[in-house]
Design a binder for this molecule. Structure first.
Ligand code: PLP
Length: 390
């Protein structure tokens, strides 16, 4: 049975361009810090990838720091001490929304008691009035805020009003970091236009290899105390011999995204619309979360009250379709979703929330098959559970 993969927000399959680029590099040797020809060749491959990754978000290549993934990039970024445009800046509090990825919730190098949560509305959008009040309160008490916000939520796909947030943060002389992991390659995103001081991105969400990511500053003259000290790689920002094949694959994926994004996102958006129309026509009691808000075009988070998410995910899997429970945590166990709880979604909907996320290799046939399977799963639901169904 052909598998249908609809879990691009967990990880997107490796793009052929990335695989080819990596395969070519795996047979080469050379440490990018060595001065001989092999070393120089590795260095130039890394620098080419750095330019491609910078280009995809409109950044300066010198502002890109390679890491082992977005979790490390975020942990590096969330630092109370930072040098921005050559000026040392100390932050006293970390403000994050209630719908952040666990990597941001962990707070980086801020202590737990320095972290404050900005509420979100029912669609999952940051409450700007409360954020403004929090920033004013801290500023009046001579505390500087570091604000970290997820650009597009991994569970619902909701996109935040980034420019408005940046304006508020900068008016209070704070620092603004964006977790741009799910937005890059899926919706237009430009680092300068977003207003962020720093962004974190991950290779495997855009069809590059797993285990590589980047922290990118708006101003290349930004210095953050390193998490890893040693050989001084990445201009002292991150020690350790570079993952050349991973970085090259990341660069190739970024170049491929830059080339194909307009076409891919239009295609994915039309598939997502068909998928949601199909879900609604099969199950009139289905709820599509945040469907009235601006979302990245690949993500659907839906719930049928009465079908537990973990039951649905297993049923889909047995029929060859890979989707996730909106509330799946990294260990694979299904707990309650902190994102949906922050949005004050009722527990019977939250417990039923399933995420289908499409991507660069999704097809019309995938959507048809998904809907066939969904229709069979729904048909098995006892009719007394179909609260709104005709
Ligand atoms: N931020 C978001 C929004 C994510 O979805 C993820 C991955 O699931 C991460 C951060 C962490 O990225 P990585 O897997 O590269 O550590």
């Amino acid at each position: 049975m052909n598998r249908i993969y609809l879990d691009h927000n967990a990880t997107s399959p490796l793009r052929p361009a990335a695989r080819e680029a990596m395969t070519g590099v795996l047979t080469e040797t050379g440490n990018a810090s060595s001065v001989h020809r092999e070393g120089r060749a590795a260095r130039s491959r890394i620098e080419r990838a750095r330019q491609r990754i910078a280009a995809v978000v409109g950044a300066d290549a010198e502002a890109v720091i390679f890491t082992s993934g977005a979790t490390e990039a975020i942990t590096l970024a969330l630092s109370p001490e930072i040098e921005l445009s050559g000026r040392p800046v100390c932050c006293d509090v970390l403000l994050i929304s209630g719908i952040e990825h666990p990597a941001v919730r962990a707070g980086g190098r801020f202590s737990e008691d320095q972290i404050e949560i900005i509420p979100v509305d029912r669609a999952g959008l940051v409450d700007l009035t409360t954020l403004a009040a929090m920033l004013t309160r801290h500023r009046n008490s001579k505390r500087r805020a570091f604000v970290s916000i997820i650009a597009a939520n991994n569970e619902t796909g909701v996109i935040q009003p980034l420019c408005e947030i940046a304006t508020l943060v900068h008016a209070a002389e704070g620092i603004f970091h964006i977790d741009a992991v799910q937005i890059v390659g899926r919706y237009s995103f430009d680092l300068a236009a977003s207003g962020a001081d720093l962004i974190s991105i991950s290779s495997h969400k855009l069809g590059g290899p797993q285990g590589v990511g980047a922290l990118i500053a708006r101003d290349a003259n930004t210095r953050i105390p390193p998490l890893l000290r040693g050989g001084g790689q990445e201009r002292g920002a991150r020690a350790g011999t570079e993952n050349v094949a991973g970085i090259v694959g990341f660069g190739a994926a970024a170049e491929n995204v830059a080339l194909l994004m307009a076409e891919e996102t239009a295609h994915v958006a039309s598939l997502r619309d068909k998928l949601e129309t199909g879900i609604n026509s099969i199950a009139s009691d289905a709820v599509i979360l945040s469907d009235a808000a601006l979302r990245i075009p690949n993500t659907t988070c839906f719930a049928v009250p009465g079908i537990l998410a973990e039951t649905a995910v297993i049923a889909f899997d047995l029929e060859g379709v890979a989707v996730s429970a909106g509330s799946a945590c990294s260990s694979g166990k299904v707990g309650s979703s902190l994102t949906l709880a922050a949005m004050k979604i009722e527990p019977e909907i939250s417990r039923a929330a399933v995420r289908a996320s499409l991507g660069w290799n999704s097809t019309e046939a995938d959507v048809v098959r998904f809907l066939e399977v969904f229709s069979r799963i729904y048909a098995k639901l006892p009719s007394n559970h179909r609260t709104k169904a005709a």
